[in-house]
Write a protein that binds this ligand. Structure first.
Ligand SMILES: Cc1ncc(COP(=O)(O)O)c(C=O)c1O
Ligand SMILES: [Zn+2]
Length: 389
């Protein structure tokens, strides 16, 4: 058996290009932008091969060379992260005039959302770097996942949550023993409280993109999609975009696979789907801008994508522009309608955020941006039952 180890080499600023050492705790670059993990791709390519992949278990840990954990035997924090299924939606596809419409169901991951990917990898790496406690703002799913994985690792969690977030999330975080602080307002208001906490106590800041490793977990979505499509990539991927880490992650993952010589035939057009009540990325895209502006008084029932200003907005827009994708906003009524019809027709209860990508597929087919022959993949980022009422 080939010994498997991380090919992590260093961290690199996503904006100014400065290089930082990977094996100590790092947060943002001095310039204020996120640091991204970079790998020795030659080293990774030596052991991460298609033949080797065929022998590995179906979990996100199968891509260990391109994950940041150095000592997997000591530092893996896992709740059983399966490779999530890609489910065909033939009836909905027929209704919409899309010949090949599918949905990757990340609702089946531990803690009922794709946030488990970021938490599994982010918490494992935090454990490896000696982190004892972390703080983060959350709309609920990320806090739930990080609280649970943190508990498993013996790392304390302090989560700051908008008061209006669904009660299930508070229950989940409190069950895991997290300190839960409720704030009036949206995640941007929660983020201010976290900044204060971090400044006062020096606690590890696990906010979206303020530590480099959550995105490394999320990029495994891209690895899995490529493998599951047998390297013949879908034409379009629709992603429900809040902080945007999933979209950036999928893009980063696909570029890394190409860089180590995997036969990923092309990059799908990446589509950032937002709610009409909180669509800063869409507004920026429509204006041809490279960054977004703060969206005032944001509001949507798709709570996970209520993010008025994402730290990584420029990275989302880069990925969208570079792949010939687009950004589109959908009304809450269209989200609710898509959610109802996918359940009624396909037997699959999506999260509101996942349903937003279905509503977006309908709108983009109707306006002609999607062509009949396009192979379209939507992502269901959360388990529908978690937002049942
Ligand atoms: C169910 C769900 N979907 C999507 C998102 C948005 O995630 P991202 O930061 O990748 O844009 C979230 C974030 O809270 C979420 O909970
Ligand atoms: Zn920088």
């Amino acid at each position: 058996v080939t010994p498997v180890s991380s090919a992590l080499s260093h961290l690199e600023c996503s904006k100014c290009g400065d290089v930082a050492q990977a094996d100590v705790i790092q947060q943002l670059c001095a310039c204020g932008a996120p640091l991204l993990a970079r790998y020795d791709l030659q080293k990774a390519a030596a052991t991460l091969t298609i033949a080797e992949l065929a022998r590995r278990p179906w979990s996100l840990w199968r891509y260990a060379e391109l994950l940041p954990i150095r000592d997997l035997s000591r530092h893996t924090v896992s709740l059983g992260e399966i490779v999530t299924p890609i489910v065909p939606l033939p009836e909905i596809g027929r209704d919409y005039g899309i010949g090949d419409l599918r949905c990757k169901d990340d609702g089946l991951l531990p803690t009922g959302s794709f946030k488990a990917r970021g938490a599994a990898v982010g918490v494992s790496r935090a454990l490896e770097l000696g982190v004892k406690a972390f703080a983060m703002p959350t709309n609920g799913n990320a806090g739930g996942a990080w609280a649970m994985y943190g508990r498993r690792a013996g790392i304390g969690a302090h989560v700051v949550v908008p008061r209006d977030a669904p009660a299930i999330h508070r229950y989940e975080m409190e069950s895991a023993g997290a300190i839960v602080t409720l704030v009036d307002g949206v995640i941007a208001d929660a983020a201010k409280v976290v900044v204060q906490l971090v400044n006062e106590t020096g606690i590890y800041d696990a906010s979206t993109l303020k530590e480099p490793y959550r995105i490394e977990g999320k990029k495994t979505m891209g690895f899995e999609i490529a493998e599951q499509y047998d390297w013949q990539m879908p034409d379009v991927i629709l992603y429900p975009t809040g902080g945007g880490v999933g979209l950036i992650g999928i893009y980063k993952g696909l570029l890394e696979l190409q860089a180590i010589g995997f036969p990923v035939d092309r990059l799908p057009r990446m589509v950032a789907v937002q709610a009409a009540g909180c669509a800063p990325i869409v507004r920026a895209f429509d204006a041809g801008l490279r960054e977004s502006l703060f969206w005032k008084d944001s509001k949507t029932a798709a709570f996970g994508i209520n993010v008025p200003k994402a730290l990584g907005d420029f990275l989302v827009l880069d990925a969208v522009y570079a792949t010939g994708g687009c950004a589109i906003a959908v009304e809450d009524e269209a989200i609710a309608e898509a959610r109802r019809s996918v359940a009624a027709v396909e037997g699959m209860l999506l999260s509101p955020e996942g349903a937003a990508t279905i509503a977006a597929a309908a709108a983009l087919r109707e306006n002609g941006w999607l062509r009949a022959g396009d192979r379209v993949l939507t992502i269901n980022t959360g388990n529908g039952i978690k937002s049942a009422l």
